[in-house]
Design a protein around this ligand. Sequence first.
Ligand code: BTN
Length: 220
Amino acid sequence: MFDIRRYDVVDSTQELAKELLATGAHEHLVVDAAQQRKGKGRLDREWISPHGGLYLSVVLRHHPLLPVLAAVAVARALRAFDLPVTIKWPNDILLEEKKIAGILTELHKGFGIVGIGVNIVAMPVSGATSVHATGATKVSRDAVVDMILTHVAALEAEDPESWLRYFKNLSSTLGRHVRIQQLNGTVEGLAIDVDVQGALIIQTHSTTTTVTYGDCIHLR
Ligand code: BTN
């Protein structure tokens, strides 16, 4: 089902997926690299990508809830290896409140390009964790890649309402007091729901605010 192209070193699997799309690649193309020179994170950040990590870009049919599908697929994949991860809105994967995986979804020529980075061996950023740091040193990156793709395929066969339901069940943000940092300020309050677009609904005093992007900090 997936057309998997494997590389040793690339600048960014996201950018390579876009180039391959321009030369005739299509939905279900997967770019899998062992290392990235210019890994891209959310909000124009760098994703430090040393050898031994998992760097994947998956081309899927566009849907506004693709970031939700991706977060559920990655969380389920890691849970299959007995890592009890949760999802921090919008789609960071946490283990014991430390980031173990990140997801960047971009819209390109009508496709959704879902970029997935999982810390397998190293923890390139302070405050993060990795699969091997938890003691699961026998879990290989290739096994995690296979498991993620298996869950992506299974979720694609279900309706987006189910993706959202699973996402809410795996969320460690809902029910928490959060601060969302956006370009033009912050929103603070109780995270009460995720809407059908994947936006976070926050109760602030007597009103609710819907946030569509930003950095989420769990306060308590
Ligand atoms: C985040 O900031 O949390 C998202 C990180 C996404 C990183 C992945 S690694 C594979 C793909 N290629 C990239 O350049 N970025 C994404």
